[in-house]
Design a protein around this ligand. Structure first.
Ligand SMILES: *Cc1c(COP(=O)(O)O)cnc(C)c1O
Length: 356
């Protein structure tokens, strides 16, 4: 049995997006939020759903100083039959625990976290937008709350879940992106935190993204932190390639984030009889395969975009165009299948969906 979640309903409904207007990402938040506290010696306690609003923290809260903060991201989708889908939520909370472990944050019960998500989404279900491609973004996160400036793991934490109605990632249809291969900064190193969704990974990656944007590129392709030779991932997405008809993606080596969309692409490929290779992929191999025509597709995978085709890759003085800057058949099939299952328009053959 899960602990009971105390519910306090809001008396001041929040401002809602205007129907018909473009719905941005991460701007609107629903009426309620979930919170739970951890105290050393007592465990996780006081699960509650309350009106969305500011939280009080002392300026000494350890998260501000030493960065013990991890997060997750998933979505709820409204189906044509009116039911609500979550996409593989247990995987998010299992991953949250792997992030927690690396940052010495106490583990949560993943099954209870899914239950808390379901209860929160049920409560604010009329915040799920219903337009094509729209969804309710779910942001679970954990942070250290001890009032202390010494360097050690905090003894108190808060776990929260927020809901944010978000617009379609591709309101104008899928457009392949221009990617800049980053050869100065690195995102993660062996033994570091690359496999976790910790806030610090993002803080450390912003500079490269900033430089790439200024040069006219949409995202950064990260190389490994040791030799800067092997491909890791792109921005906040994993990267997959189609080479000689095979699906090729960097193996999970500890510095790559194990994406749930990546895993779903691999499972889908295997179910369709497409050969999958998870291995080291050097940037030289990709440039060569691009020049010789063996590289037919490249795409990022992640919860936000699901699939983001790469049309152009710039590495030093070399630039390659992939599939004539068009979305390819494998990317298209993966995008249509995964979004179709998520939104309840296609049968859930691989058992990915949890109903709210
Ligand atoms: C979240 C994330 C991904 C994608 O993971 P999904 O589970 O597919 O959303 C990839 N790379 C990084 C760095 C991430 O933070």
């Amino acid at each position: 049995m899960f602990p009971t979640i105390q519910v306090t309903k809001t008396t001041q409904p929040r401002k809602r997006p205007v129907p018909g207007e473009t719905l941005p990402f991460g701007v609107f938040f629903s009426d309620h939020m979930f919170s739970m506290d951890y105290v050393e010696g007592q465990g996780w306690m006081n699960p509650r759903i309350e009106p969305f609003g500011p939280i009080q923290l002392e300026p000494t809260a350890m998260v501000f100083h030493y960065g013990q903060a991890v997060f997750e991201g998933l979505k709820a989708y409204r189906c044509p039959d009116g039911s609500i889908n979550l996409f593989r939520p247990l995987l998010n909370f299992k991953r949250l625990n792997r992030s927690d472990e690396r940052l010495v944050i106490p583990a949560l019960d993943p099954e209870f976290c899914v239950q808390a998500t379901i209860e929160l989404v049920r409560m604010d279900k009329d915040w799920i937008p219903t337009g094509e491609g729209e969804s309710l973004y779910i942001r679970p996160f954990v942070f250290a709350t001890d009032q202390f400036l010494g360097v050690r793991p905090s003894k108190t934490y808060r776990f929260m879940i927020l809901l944010s109605p978000s617009g379609a990632y591709y309101p104008q249809g899928i457009d392949p992106v221009k990617i800049y291969v980053e050869d100065r900064y690195v995102r993660a190193v062996r033994g570091g935190t690359g496999y976790t969704k910790c806030a610090g990974n993002y803080a450390a990656s912003l500079i490269a993204q900033d430089i790439a944007h200024k040069k006219g590129y949409v995202q950064v392709l990260w190389l490994d932190g040791v030799e800067q030779k092997y491909i890791e991932e792109v921005g906040s997405m994993n990267i997959l390639f189609v080479i000689d008809g095979k699906l090729v993606t960097p193996e999970l080596n500890g510095s790559i984030l194990p994406g749930i969309t990546r895993q779903s692409c691999i499972e889908l490929a295997e179910s369709l009889g497409i050969r999958v290779e998870e291995r080291k992929v050097s940037i030289d191999e990709i440039i060569d395969a691009g020049k010789s025509g063996r590289l037919t597709e490249a795409f990022g995978s992640g919860t936000a975009a699901v699939i983001s085709p790469v049309g152009q890759l710039k590495y030093g003085d070399t630039e390659i165009i992939i599939n004539n800057n068009q979305i390819g058949p494998v990317s298209r099939l993966f995008y249509d299948t995964i979004t179709g299952v998520q939104s309840g328009k296609l049968e859930d053959k691989l058992g990915w969906i949890v109903k709210v």
